[in-house]
Design a protein around this ligand. Structure first.
Ligand code: ZN
Ligand code: ZN
Length: 275
């Protein structure tokens, strides 16, 4: 028996960093046997004063709805959003969430309010930071993830440990996620308490990073604590990357005795048994 494949984190041309038409990604899903696809374009709250963020979300939803109709019965296409830096403007975030009927809301931290380094961590030159700065940057990152979980509404916590993709993957600085075990434990406890799903983000597989986000020990810890709401997200920005690395993620889930993972529709978790 093969697994039902559901990709809950995918970008389209309504994201600033993607040119992918939703229909092309849906075609790719047909090829790869992916039955559920959520389009979760970026909604970067820190930019809400300079850009019409709402307009981009509107465009994403319109294209997603239209493509969902075209592919009905072949690929289930769901309307989502990836809220970045929601904690920078709680009112604006709430307004976005109340303005659309999303199937799924992903909560993300892409940048940290760290003095001198407030931009997205994907653009920071971490080789310029001292060991102490790196350490306090990561500690603040986990604090901000906690704050996001405590103060904004989301169904899925995205790519926990993502700054390490750059700190370790791009700059080879060898920061050990175990140094932040206490903060990570708190985050896992909170997502379990709030019934928020933990995403396994597979975008690092086949890239310079080569790792799942979060790392396997964190997924194992989540299971040991009784966590079961897991989603898979390729974070694809091009059609051909949809479902990337899912075989690896599912194998890992099986090895930790997860019997299912989930997708979201109408902001409710739907179970997908693991074969
Ligand atoms: Zn993200
Ligand atoms: Zn993303």
């Amino acid at each position: 028996m093969s697994n039902i494949l559901c990709d809950m984190h995918v970008h389209s041309q309504s994201s600033h960093d993607s040119k992918a038409p939703v229909a092309q990604t849906a075609q790719e899903c047909l090829k790869k046997g992916i039955s559920v696809l959520a389009i979760t374009d970026h909604c970067d709250i820190q930019l809400c004063k300079e850009q019409n963020v709402l307009e981009l979300v509107k465009r994403s939803i319109a294209e997603t709805e239209q493509t969902a109709n075209e592919f009905e019965g072949r690929v289930k296409i769901l309307k989502g959003v990836e809220i970045g830096e929601g904690i920078w403007n709680l009112d604006y975030t709430e307004n976005i969430l109340n303005s659309f009927n999303f199937d799924v809301v992903i909560g993300s931290v892409h940048g940290v309010r760290y003095e001198g380094y407030c931009d997205s961590y994907s653009t920071i030159d971490f080789s310029k930071m001292s060991k102490e700065q790196l350490n306090s940057y990561m500690a603040l990152y986990f604090d901000e993830v906690l704050e996001m979980l405590n103060t904004t509404s989301c169904d899925i916590m995205a790519h926990l440990t993502c700054p390490l993709r750059y700190i370790n993957g791009k700059y080879g600085l060898g920061v050990d996620s175990l140094n932040y075990k206490a903060q990570i434990e708190k985050i896992l406890d909170l997502v379990i308490e709030k019934s928020i799903a933990m995403e396994i983000n597979t975008s690092g597989i086949g890239s310079f990073y080569g790792q799942l986000m979060p790392e396997p020990w964190i997924i194992k810890r989540f299971r040991e604590k009784g966590g079961y709401l897991i989603t898979l997200g390729s974070d694809a920005h091009t059609p051909e990357n949809v479902g990337n690395g899912f075989d690896k993620a599912i194998e890992l889930l099986k090895s930790y005795k997860f019997d299912s993972y989930y997708y979201y529709e109408n902001r409710k978790a739907v179970k997908c048994p693991i074969a």
